[in-house]
Ligand binder design. Structure first.
Ligand SMILES: Cc1ncc(COP(=O)(O)O)c(C=O)c1O
Length: 381
């Protein structure tokens, strides 16, 4: 039995995932029904025992742990001056819009995508240009011609989600270089949200290429947003960081930050540090478990719901399920009504006719949900 098989009751614990619709079993928002690594829990316990929770200061250990992590795991050599600590990644997406564009300018992104990508432009009175991802040799990639056709002189930033939520795709290095060259041609800031980069399920088969590894002439327009929150299940602690190698871009970002963002939680720094320093053996076990869940989900749903399209999931613990071939317009509503399950509807991701399922849960719970989904669809047919 794996540690991840343990069922931790979360209903009634102040959990967004479990308590928003307590009458349904939740497979929606991206947090995992697993405890964080023991080293993270110990670091938090130690910090709590101090019993004093005044304004925090980023202690040297946090930057040191992040720089070591970037270097050891991703082969990225960053400088402590390039790091900015943040209380969350979504506020940073919004902030980037304000920092790098002016009212009336445009942001560009590819769909389907994590919903806040489709909303942050409004915070700064910007336009949003959406270009659908395209299949190339049965793998999700970019529609290069459509990108060229859509970009305008007022477009200031390209927001990349890599690894891609909800497609579960790890783009090859060549694609990331092509995206950066596209940004270079059109003078766009390349904002790369890499929050899922440590959830690549087979790192040998689909290695992750961070935008921070781009050559210097392309790196100067890169802003990378990162966080240990998805991988180590500490989203509720609110910690993320940006790496902005270029001085001028970093200055613009810091200026836009002003006094808008709250202080970072004093516990979060220590959880993040422990995760990066000591979480690797746990992460490896997690990836093995998640791969098993992915296989169960994709094999059983493909067999049990003929016509359903599920991309080959290379990263994340999220599965985008395409019900359009079955003529099911609102699959999340169907599963809510007929199976008592809470999946994310596709529309907010710009993916109507889809539902997104979070499979980061004990395998027995996933098996139960899969059985209920298959039964709900066959009942409808
Ligand atoms: C691509 C992506 N970016 C950002 C976030 C959330 O980041 P934060 O909780 O730090 O705001 C998520 C959460 O699912 C995500 O999938």
């Amino acid at each position: 039995m794996s540690q991840f098989d343990t069922i931790h009751p979360r209903r009634g614990t102040g959990s967004h995932k479990w308590d928003r619709r307590p009458e349904l079993d939740p497979f929606w928002i991206a947090d995992m029904d697993f405890q964080s690594p023991p080293a993270v829990i110990e670091a938090l316990e130690k910090r709590v025992r101090d019993g004093i929770f005044g304004y925090p200061w980023a202690h040297p250990g946090i930057s040191e742990a992040i720089l070591e992590y970037l270097s050891n795991r991703h082969g990225v050599s960053a400088n402590a001056d390039h790091l900015l600590h943040l209380g969350g990644l979504v506020p940073a997406l919004s902030l980037a819009g304000r920092a790098f564009a002016e009212a009336g300018d445009a942001l560009l992104t590819c769909t389907p995508v994590y919903p806040p990508f489709l909303g942050v432009h409004r915070d700064a009175g910007l336009e949003l240009i959406k270009v659908p991802h395209a299949l190339a040799d049965e793998k999700w990639s970019f529609d290069w011609d459509a990108l060229e056709a859509s970009v305008t002189p007022r477009t200031k930033m390209f927001i990349l989600c890599h690894p891609q939520n909800p497609l579960g795709r790890v783009f090859p290095k060549e694609d990331i270089i092509k995206v950066a060259e596209f940004c270079d041609r059109h003078d766009l800031v390349l904002l790369s949200d890499e929050i899922h980069c440590d959830l690549v399920l087979d790192e040998a088969a689909t290695p992750f290429y961070s935008a921070l590894k781009l050559p210097p002439e392309l790196l100067k327009r890169v802003v990378v947003l990162q966080s240990p929150s998805k991988t180590y299940n500490i989203a509720g602690l609110g910690y993320a960081f940006a790496v902005i190698p270029d001085d001028s871009l970093r200055r613009k970002f810091t200026t836009a930050k002003g006094h808008i963002l709250p202080e970072i939680n004093c516990l979060a720094y220590f959880a993040a540090e422990a995760a990066y320093r000591h979480g690797e053996p746990w992460r490896q076990e997690l990836l093995t478990y998640l791969s098993g869940n992915r296989d169960l989900l994709t094999q059983q749903l493909r067999a049990g719901i003929p016509g359903l399209i599920i991309p080959d999931i290379e990263a994340t613990y999220l599965a985008l399920l395409d019900f359009r071939p079955l003529g099911i317009e609102h699959p999340a509503a169907l599963f809510e009504k007929e199976a008592g399950l809470f999946l994310s509807p596709g529309a907010p991701f710009a993916a109507p006719g889809h539902a997104r399922l979070n499979y980061a849960c004990p395998r027995s719970s996933l098996q139960d949900a899969v059985d209920r989904m298959i039964a709900a669809v066959s009942k409808k047919a």
